[in-house]
Write a new protein. Structure first.
Lengths: 276, 549
């Protein structure tokens, strides 16, 4: 990993942002100054000493909720995206390598899932299944995996047509080697870019689901539901809804800065593709 | 042809310098010079050949004659005088007025240079119309005349076709017509025949040569093949790393080269391998092979065999089925009929049916080493994988063996940790050969392994193949379209034409008359390193043999 240094300024900012969010997520109970669920002030009360961001719609400390909310938001979004990538990439690459019947079955099943609007599908499934965090994460992951499957399969079809994959087949290599050693490393660049995007989308998707009452249940703090709870304040000139919004933006921008940097590093291994 | 203006050359390039700003990661940008002060003169009606390996700056210099620099390159010094006027000093409008009107350009890949959505005729006259050099009707008439002059079929209606409806050779001629249409003073030909088969190349070369002679335009002809340039050019400039190595009349360059590098270029065809007399062994054998892609038959009734430690050259133009033959031998394409035998035992027709031991014994070398190796693996991983996979070597043992193999292909252990992108074309092909050797194979199937390389590098690879064959008793099935390579390395020869084997036998008898019509055309089409070969070949064809294109 010596090639990762020196870190450019943009990546350093991204890493710093990510670090702040992760530290909040990991150490929320210790960092958070007040109980995030305790009503200790006026609804939408303004900032005051000890409460730098003011209070939310019920009078809970906004900073404490923001710090605690990082935990839920980051955990759910990250877990859902990672699982989605594992499923989508594995099946997508397998379909591209094996082709034939395997590809047909997997692809048509994928089309079937994709043909149902994501939000409606999520609403139906989530209202039927028990409402807990694990189910939420898995549903989001499966829905996201359909998109990643498509991307991974298309990328692998391209890479699989290159002769070094044929050379590996001629050597007698099995599916796992072809998938993990020959094709996956050569599809990493677009997949990483997609990872950054998907993670950001998933943060927003949890917010959507929470907004509709099927995501994270109150009173648990998460950034999406905090936007929802405080949105009416905007009419009265209260900026409480913008604070979790800004946190989502910070996370998204940080992720993309880091991903951009990783992309540049991995792309430079290919001759002529170096943009550095 | 008479020089009308003796005092002043049409094009005069003085101390031309081009550079590019390099942005190496982690370093401040710095300027790298690509062309270091090149000068030449070109008179009306004369042809200058620019020759050199890739990266020598030939195309860059050719484009400078249009006052153009490709990509991030910039012209940093010198003058390009067209009829006494420095075109580098012109503004953009002035440069546009010259390009496509007074100076035209013929690109290497006509297939990529034509817009597939428009008819050829409209594209051929486009520049002429844009510059207002003729009315549409006049330009059409002129285009038809050019089509006829360049020997295109049905010249009256040829312009109505779309690019995909004509062959590669015809497309290259159409592009030449496009360049000639505005009646330019100068045409820059950038490797116009490199992508064509030899049998097609000779026709296009003849057409270009006669068109230059009849229109009296001056030309810069860029190629990496000295034998081709020698047929067309009056003067030749040999370039290397952006500098002039040698500059003089074509005859002098070919017959009495002064610089050591030019002498190497002229001598490149002089690898000699004496044919093995006894070729009765049947170490590798393909019998009665029929194969098809879907319902399209590609091979019909091909039978050939190869002795241990010998080389079988499979020659033929693109589409003749030579690469398909390799796919059948490796098991990638199971034949519809026929058997493949190695060392006295039948090989299962399908790749999936072959055991690790079968797979180990036949290894493949590809034409383009860049795509044949995983760009994300180091040289050690690439060469080491067959060692682990077939022979179970790991860790230090494997690393030592890889270093050993690197020595055998004349690269050192310093290359162990490099990625393919950090190697030159020739080094990549050597690594690909080492990967094949790592399996300890009996038969190497080489699919045009040198045709993507510069001539001198290719010669080095051929010598390596010959040396390895002697050391290890390797058998080669060597697919090529280059008969010079056949002469250099083959013991036996198989000539393929439209999926059939038209000739097979020891090199000495297969390439000796009497020939069938196709082998004769093929042999007559290979450019020879002497001035006047093309004229003789055309005269010979006119005297009776059917036109090759």
């Amino acid at each position: 990993m010596k090639a990762l240094f020196p870190i450019p300024a943009s990546a350093a900012i991204g890493l710093l942002g990510l670090a702040v969010v992760l530290v909040c997520a990991m150490f929320a109970p210790w960092i958070s100054p007040f109980d995030p669920n305790a009503v200790i002030g006026d609804p939408w009360g303004p900032a005051q000493p000890g409460h730098p961001l003011g209070f939310d719609n019920l009078g809970r400390d906004l900073l404490s909720r923001l710090i605690t909310g990082a935990r839920t938001t980051v955990f759910v979004a990250l877990a859902a995206t990672v699982i989605a990538f594992v499923i989508g990439v594995f099946l997508g690459l397998t379909a591209a390598i094996l082709r034939g019947l395997t590809d047909a079955v997997l692809s048509r099943f994928n089309d079937l899932l994709m043909s149902i609007p994501t939000l409606i599908f999520a609403l139906i499934v989530l209202s039927a299944l028990p409402q807990n965090l694990m189910v939420l994460i898995l549903v989001m992951a499966v829905l996201d995996a359909t998109r990643i499957y498509r991307l991974a399969r298309a990328l692998a079809m391209d890479v699989g047509a290159v002769e070094f994959v044929e050379a590996a087949r001629l050597r007698g290599e099995g599916l796992l080697w072809l998938l993990g050693r020959e094709i996956l490393p050569n599809t990493m660049t677009p997949l990483l870019a997609e990872f950054g995007l998907r993670l950001a989308f998933n943060v927003l998707f949890i917010s959507t689901l929470s907004f509709l009452g099927l995501g994270i249940q109150p009173p648990t703090a998460d950034w999406g539901s905090m936007v929802k709870e405080n949105k009416d304040g905007i009419i009265f000139g209260v900026s409480a809804a913008l604070v979790p919004g800004a946190a989502i933006a910070l996370l998204t921008v940080s992720i993309n800065l880091v991903v951009d940097w990783l992309l540049r590093r991995t792309a430079s291994l290919r001759g002529g593709r170096d943009d550095g | 042809m008479a020089d009308t203006d003796h005092d002043r050359p049409l094009l005069s390039v003085r101390g031309l310098r081009l550079g590019v700003r390099a942005h190496a990661s982690g370093e401040p940008p710095r300027d790298v010079e690509i062309v270091h002060g090149v000068s030449f003169d070109l008179r009306k009606g004369r042809v200058l050949g620019l020759i050199g390996e890739s990266g020598a700056g030939k195309s860059t210099i050719g484009l400078a004659a249009l006052a153009h620099a490709r990509g991030a390159m910039r012209i940093t010094g010198g003058e390009v005088l067209l009829d006494g006027e420095n075109i580098l000093a012109l503004d953009n409008a002035g440069k546009r007025g010259i390009r496509g009107a007074r100076v035209c350009y013929v690109a290497q890949s006509a297939a990529a240079a034509f817009n597939p959505a428009f008819r050829l005729g409209d594209q051929v006259i486009e520049a002429t119309l844009r510059h207002g050099l003729a009315t549409r009707a006049e330009a059409r008439v002129r285009a038809v005349g050019l089509f006829r002059m360049l020997g295109l079929p049905a010249p009256e209606t040829f312009g109505r076709r779309f690019p995909h409806e004509v062959s590669g050779g015809q497309l290259q001629r159409a592009m030449t017509a496009m360049a000639l249409c505005p009646r330019p003073e100068l045409i820059v030909f950038d490797e116009p025949t490199t992508a064509l088969d030899v049998t097609t190349q000779i026709g296009v070369l003849a057409a270009i040569k006669s068109a230059i002679a009849r229109t009296g335009t001056a030309a810069i002809y860029i190629s990496h093949d000295l034998a081709v340039v020698a047929q067309i050019a009056d003067d030749i400039m040999v370039l290397r790393n952006g500098e002039t190595v040698e500059y003089g009349p074509a005859r002098q360059i070919v017959e009495r080269p002064v610089a050591a590098y030019t002498r190497d270029l002229v001598r490149q065809h002089e690898i000699r391998h004496d044919e093995v007399p006894d070729q009765s062994g049947r170490f590798f054998e393909m019998t009665g092979i029929f194969a098809s892609y879907g319902s399209v038959p590609v091979l019909s009734d091909v039978s050939l065999h190869l002795s241990k430690g010998q080389t079988l050259a499979v020659v033929g133009e693109s589409g003749s089925g030579k690469s398909t033959l390799a796919r059948v031998a490796t098991g990638l394409l199971p034949p519809r009929q026929g058997t493949v035998r190695l060392d006295g035992a039948d090989l299962p027709p399908r790749l999936n049916g072959r055991s690790k031991a079968h797979l180990r014994r036949i290894q493949m070398i590809y034409q383009i080493p860049d795509t044949a190796m995983n760009p994300r693996q180091t040289v050690e991983d690439i060469i080491g994988r067959p060692l682990t996979f077939y022979h179970g070597l790991r860790g230090a043992q494997k690393r030592a063996r890889v270093a050993d193999l690197l020595e055998q292909i004349d690269l050192g252990p310093a290359f162990l940790d490099r990625y393919p992108a950090e190697l030159s074309g020739g080094q990549k092909q050597r690594v690909a050969i080492a990967r094949a050797l790592a399996a300890e194979p009996d038969l190497l199937i080489c699919d045009e392994p040198t045709s993507a390389l510069d001539p001198l590098v290719a010669a080095g690879i051929l010598r390596l193949f010959l040396r390895l064959q002697q050391e290890r008793q390797l058998s080669y099935m060597f697919i090529t379209h280059d008969l010079a390579i056949v002469q250099a390395i083959a013991d036996s020869v198989a000539v393929m034409h439209r999926g059939r084997l038209v000739r097979f036998g020891p090199r000495s008898s297969a390439l000796r008359p009497p020939f069938d019509a196709y082998t004769d055309t093929l042999l007559a089409s290979v450019p020879q390193m002497r001035v006047g070969w093309l004229d003789a070949a055309i005269a010979r064809q006119a005297a009776g043999v059917a036109s090759p294109d």
